[in-house]
Design a protein around this ligand. Structure first.
Ligand SMILES: [Zn+2]
Length: 232
């Protein structure tokens, strides 16, 4: 079942290692099949060096395992909630990592300001950090509530223009139109997270990128009259 998507999700998980976004068993990638409404996600606690297609678990939109004898990632309810909200807008890949610099911003409980066009080319505006979960939200349905605060954090924008959020004191969740695109967004997020830290160290008062340049860069790539790259 869903063999192509399983292969895609396996490769996307392995890409996280190649791109230095994960170590050990940290992190997870999932993919969404909009036709069946099923999700393929990495099994829980499997080291990347031993990961095979059999470690890809199929779950439904309630998080129940539909195929596979492994337990899915503990973060599965977060992924499911993100697909419920972002799937109808075309999001078919979700990535969670603890990549060092993006996680540093999450631990600081700070959104990442858009300081330059590298950021502006991929993310429209500051990358938001979620609010704190209440003790009750942590106690009951922690992973589901993590999904809820992510959706809440980007409620001022939308999941196409803002494809990442930092979970406060935790780490980033990132998404895209495919699992591969979500991995790319995770890599870009890590790169700009590091630069933003350097920017703040060099100038704690640095203002964010001027809106007109931010608009120009984002729109020439993704706007209705985009002209970046080659015609498809
Ligand atoms: Zn985590």
């Amino acid at each position: 079942m869903l063999n192509n998507l399983k292969q895609e999700v396996l490769e996307a998980n392995l890409e996280l290692v190649k791109k230095n976004l994960v170590i050990s068993t940290w992190g997870n990638v999932s993919g969404f099949d909009s036709e069946t409404g099923l999700i393929v996600i990495k099994a829980s606690g499997v080291p990347y060096s031993q990961m095979t297609i059999d470690d890809m678990v199929v779950v439904d939109m309630e998080g129940n395992v539909v195929e596979g004898d492994r337990r899915p990632s503990t973060d599965t309810p977060t992924h499911v909630y993100l697909y419920k909200n972002f799937g109808p807008k075309g999001i078919k890949g979700v990535v969670h990592t603890h990549s060092k610099y993006a996680t540093t911003w999450a631990q600081l409980c700070k959104s990442i300001p858009c300081f330059g066009t590298t950021h502006g080319d991929y993310f429209y505006g500051d990358i938001p950090c979620t609010r704190a979960l209440s003790a009750k939200e942590i106690e009951e349905g922690y992973e589901l509530n993590t999904g809820k605060v992510i959706v809440e954090a980007i409620s001022n924008t939308d999941c196409i223009h803002m494809s990442a959020a930092l979970v406060r004191r935790h780490a980033p969740f990132v998404w895209g139109k495919t699992p591969q695109e979500a991995v790319l967004h995770s890599q870009v997020l890590e790169y700009i997270s590091e630069m933003a830290i350097l920017d703040v160290l060099m100038n704690p008062e640095l203002p964010v990128l001027e809106q007109e340049i931010a608009d120009k860069h984002y729109n020439r790539k993704f706007g209705p009259n985009a002209y970046y790259g080659q015609k498809s």
